[in-house]
Design a protein around this ligand. Structure first.
Ligand code: SF4
Length: 562
């Protein structure tokens, strides 16, 4: 029987509830959207006692299907003021799935400021004191908790900015080596967890085993088929060899859609130093490793472990977005400096994307110069340590711009725009506009579409597909971006769960997720004007393509005709 753990932080009580039948076919992003719509007043304050933060494994988490096991977090975002879902690899999603836990709902707020740990086991959950962890950064927290609770636990943790409820605070998740390098990064999940006075969640799945497929033979055949598909896919093999960072030079030099120097250009002269084969070849020659899975059983293996020139571990999961926004967007072409910045972000618990865009705004504000990685690192430390300037920057790009009177701000719905310039990638731009998430990850990357109508159509289809895979706990990089047939994904669900869903049922599931997210935002006070990119994307051509974002407002609004 699957269950829901409801953690009441006002009264410091945990209640284990049977998961209601209506949640049976829901997981991950779809489940968090449903619960938030059911249980939350959309106008509540994101950092107040009425907000909730929900951790939900995908429907396939805990199964043996490759590249499944992602964990979703859903909450009302302090950055956007709307609904937010973020998902992550690591080990915690699979552990919650194996424990038969549909969702962990954190609600309420204690009267005092003491911090707590939630420990989840086969027997339920307990709230433990955590004041000895106050002020510790994520790597130190995980070291302490693994020493006490064992090396095999999964840990979700926040750093000092999360404790202070900074809007760019993430929740860090441990990877297969126990490093808190995977981030539930977007939207300020760490701030909401901090507002509940929860420093960490420890997940112990001792004495559990993978959930057997209901139709084992057909399931095994699908595993074989998917494995063969990836092995024979040119795109999958390129991503396996070079990761997401491998495409950075192409995106800069051929597609011209890289954010460069605070979104003033789409092409970076230092691209080959921070991404692509040359940079990765250099890093691996110095001891870094590529083709690493971020969660057990991922066959796409797009991740990495970065070591410095002395062979010391720096970070794992140095991603395209990180290199683009902490590198090109700040005019920085030193890959080791970028890795050091990303390590600091992981350790403090901060979102790399929000950081890169915020520091771009800081350049316009005269707080740092382009290309100055020493100053960038100093500013990240200010955010981590909570100085006055750090507290402003820690609220993200939109607030920083307001504080310094900057009007050219690459944000949508209050959140930093990721590393695909929407002037060139107009389909991705439509996704930024229409998704309640305001993220390209809500729809996978869409390169330039020939017409605005086609940009809307393409965005709609990938958003439906991604909402579906996000609800199943599958990684969109290993499925949607590889164009793995959604009909096959339907078969995977049916054989694992013993269901008889059709492809149309699954598409309907994706559409329902998008609509529920939109309903939440409308009730929270969002108007269609929230679905608009900042003016400069429509007015300033991005060299060298010289494109502007050309999808008319009426076309964007037609997205919702389904
Ligand atoms: S494809 Fe990459 S990001 Fe996705 S689960 Fe695998 S290693 Fe992690």
């Amino acid at each position: 029987m699957s269950k829901i753990l409801r953690v009441d932080m006002t009264n410091l009580k945990v209640v284990v509830e049977a998961s209601p039948p209506e949640y049976e076919r829901l997981g991950g992003r779809g489940l968090t959207a449903r619960i938030l719509n059911r249980e939350l007043l959309p106008t509540c304050h994101p950092l107040g006692k009425h907000n909730k933060i929900i951790f939900a494994p995908g429907l396939l988490d805990g199964s043996r299907f490759p590249s499944s096991g992602r964990l979703s977090v859903g909450f009302k975002s302090p950055l956007t003021g709307g609904i937010k879902e973020s998902n992550v690899g690591g080990t915690s999603g699979q552990k919650l799935g194996r424990l038969g836990i549909k969702a962990v709902i954190l609600e309420g707020q204690p009267d005092d400021t003491e911090l707590h740990i939630i420990k989840v086991t086969k027997d339920g959950a307990a709230i433990l004191p955590a004041d000895n962890l106050t002020g510790l950064t994520n790597y130190a927290v995980v070291k302490e908790l693994r020493a006490i609770h064992g090396e095999n636990v999964g840990v979700l943790t926040i750093g000092p900015p999360g404790e202070r409820k900074a809007s760019m605070a993430s929740v860090a998740c441990t990877d297969m080596d126990g490093m808190p390098s995977r981030q539930l990064a977007r939207g300020g999940a760490g701030a909401v967890m901090g507002s509940k006075r929860i420093k960490a969640i420890v997940i112990d799945d001792t004495r559990t085993k993978p959930i057997a497929a209901k139709r084992a033979k057909a399931f095994r055949e699908l595993v074989t088929e998917y494995t063969k598909f990836l092995d024979e896919s040119k795109g999958a093999n390129l991503v396996r060899a070079y990761g997401q960072m491998g495409g950075l030079v192409w995106i800069s030099d051929r597609n011209h859609s890289l954010p460069v120097r605070n979104f003033t250009s789409g092409m970076f002269e230092g691209a080959s130093k921070i991404g692509g084969k040359e940079a990765i070849g250099y890093l691996t020659s110095q001891g870094s490793q590529w083709s690493i899975p971020c969660m057990p059983g991922c066959l796409q293996r797009c991740s990495n472990i970065v070591r410095d020139k002395e062979g010391n571990y720096v970070t794992s999961g140095l991603e395209f977005e990180t290199a683009a926004l902490l590198g090109a967007n700040l005019g920085i072409d030193d890959i080791y400096a970028i890795a050091a910045m990303s390590r600091l972000d992981d350790d403090y618990g901060l979102d790399d994307i929000e950081m890169g865009v915020t520091l771009g705004v800081a350049v316009d504000a005269g707080i740092m110069n382009l290309g100055d990685s020493t100053r960038a690192i100093a500013l990240i430390n200010e955010i981590g340590q909570g100085t006055t300037l750090g507290r402003i920057l820690g609220e993200g790009a939109a607030v920083t711009a307001r504080a310094f009177g900057i009007s050219r701000v690459p944000v949508i719905k209050g959140q930093a725009i990721p590393a695909h310039d929407p002037r060139v990638e107009n389909g991705t731009g439509v996704t930024y506009c229409t998704s309640a998430m305001s993220d390209h990850t809500a729809g996978a990357v869409l390169f330039r579409q020939p017409t605005p109508a086609e940009a809307v159509k393409a965005s709609k289809q990938v958003q439906i597909n991604v909402a579906m895979v996000d609800s199943l706990g599958l990684c969109y990089i290993a499925f949607t971006e590889r164009a793995y047939p959604m009909e096959k994904v339907t078969e995977i669900v049916n054989t694992q769960c013993g269901l008889d869903l059709s492809y149309e049922d699954m598409q309907e599931m994706g559409k329902t997720v998008l609509k529920e997210e939109r309903v939440f935002n409308l009730k929270a006070g969002f108007a269609p004007s929230a679905d608009r990119l900042p003016e400069f994307f429509k007015e300033e051509p991005s060299p060298p393509s010289d494109f502007i974002f050309d999808v008319p407002d009426s076309e964007i609004d037609s997205f919702w005709d389904f």
